[in-house]
Design a protein around this ligand. Structure first.
Ligand SMILES: Cc1cc2nc3c(=O)[nH]c(=O)nc-3n(C[C@H](O)[C@H](O)[C@H](O)COP(=O)(O)OP(=O)(O)OC[C@H]3O[C@@H](n4cnc5c(N)ncnc54)[C@H](O)[C@@H]3O)c2cc1C
Length: 391
């Protein structure tokens, strides 16, 4: 049986970028996906994803973000697809907000242009928000939002241009691999590969069960809700940036975030709002994935609290999957015991913006066994063997 140099399993955000990077370097790649990407069955749909560099989650992500920003620019110029809308990102929070504090630290350390807004300046600059007088703002004008469907399509288009063999509707049933190579089992046969890249999002536990002894990934169901603008100008790109609201827990243990209405919007029209916080556990293959009316009602109550006059009621709702890692940081590494397999998982609701650099990193690991991209903080080493907890 032929041995293929590289097989990529899962062609969503990360797998499509890995295929593009591998194929552009001349590696013969087969890419497999059980659906037909871009699709709305995983984690990469809904028309928009916030992208910013003043990263409150950890400053170590900033060098990766710099590279990712270059990657998005390149993807746009190579495909002509509008992937990145530079409408700015506004972070809102109180004096004690970890979101503002962490973002300021990253901005200072890496010299990222941001504008600090005291409560008065915030009220003047963004009058569509109704906020307590204790809220501050941090505006990153060079940030904005990405269009995930265009990103996946663009990366797959690049991969195809360089000769990648992309097979949709092909579900991988299992993998066997050691350090030399492996076998990918599909419904009507198997494919032998020297290197296997696994980027299956919320299905990672299904395909790499051996990882469970090191780290448990938890898929969660997340809601997104669209509101039609009552004041169109106040809710549109230009006057409204993408935003993240740290209300200090007033609306629960998480952050509401939103993306303005924009011309050529993909999916439902209007301002899109999500909640970045704990979600209901879900098995991606079973159970009801439809939006829950009670959650939509909560969004309506909370969002009208801080955007009271400019939005009508919810006009559409959908769900999407987060794959949480125990510490909410990504896990990108080789599979213990079978280094022919590299994987990227646990993007914990903030990974999309990194797709181009994750693609490069996976291509490095698959082709060279190591990478010069500084992403050691995302390796499996931080979880001790047998406990699944961060060390
Ligand atoms: C509501 C929501 C809001 C978000 N907001 C942001 C944001 O603002 N900014 C940000 O940066 N990130 C955000 N994220 C996170 C980001 O979208 C995800 O981290 C990212 O899209 C995950 O990509 P992935 O490649 O891991 O998974 P996916 O894109 O889901 O790809 C996995 C692929 O694997 C395929 N697959 C699975 N099993 C198999 C199999 N057995 N055989 C073959 N194929 C298989 C699936 O069909 C799928 O195409 C958000 C996520 C959600 C859900």
């Amino acid at each position: 049986m032929d041995v293929h140099p590289v097989v990529v399993v899962g062609l969503g955000a990360m797998g499509s970028a890995a295929c593009a990077s591998l194929a552009a370097r001349g590696a013969p790649v087969i890419g497999l996906d059980r659906f037909s990407p871009p699709h709305d069955m995983g984690s990469t749909h809904g028309g928009s994803r916030v992208i910013r560099r003043a990263y409150f989650e950890h400053p170590d992500y900033v060098p990766l973000l710099r590279r990712a920003f270059r990657g998005w620019n390149e993807l746009e110029s190579r495909t002509g697809l509008a992937c990145f809308h530079r409408v700015g990102v506004l972070l809102i929070g109180g004096a004690e907000s970890d979101v503002l504090r962490g973002s300021r630290q990253s901005a200072d350390r890496y010299d990222i242009p941001v504008r600090h807004l005291d409560p008065d300046a915030l009220a003047v600059a963004f009058p569509q928000f109704s906020l307590p007088e204790t809220m501050y703002g941090l505006l990153e004008p060079g940030a904005g939002f990405l269009v995930p469907e265009n990103g996946v399509q663009g990366h797959l288009e690049i991969a195809r241009r360089y000769g990648a063999d992309l097979r949709y509707g092909t579900r991988v049933l299992g993998l066997e691999a050691d350090d030399q190579g492996g076998v990918v089992r599909i419904e009507n046969g198997e494919i032998r590969a020297a290197r296997i890249v696994v980027t299956v999002g919320a299905w990672v536990d299904h395909l790499l069960p051996s990882l469970r002894s090191r780290v448990e990934f938890a898929p969660q169901l997340k809601h997104i809700v669209w509101f039609l603008p009552r004041d169109v100008a106040a809710c549109s790109a230009g006057r409204m940036p993408a935003w993240v609201m740290d209300d200090g827990g007033a609306c629960g243990d998480g952050l509401y975030y939103g993306v303005p209405a924009w011309p050529g919007q993909i999916g439902p029209a209007g301002v899109k709002v999500g909640f970045h916080g704990p979600g209901a556990p879900v098995d991606p293959d079973n159970g009801d994935r439809g939006p829950d009316a009670a959650v939509v009602t909560r969004f309506e109550r909370d969002v009208h609290g801080f955007l009271p006059d400019v939005l009508d009621g919810p006009s559409a709702a959908a769900t999407c999957l987060y794959t949480m890692s125990p510490d909410r940081h990504f896990v990108i590494d080789r599979l213990p015991g079978s280094s022919a397999v590299v994987f990227a998982a646990g993007f914990s609701g903030h990974g999309y913006k990194f797709a181009p650099v994750v693609g490069e990193l996976l291509a490095d690991l698959a082709l060279q066994g190591h990478s010069n991209i500084e992403a050691g903080f995302l390796s499996l080493d931080r979880f001790s063997a047998g406990t699944g907890s961060a060390v």
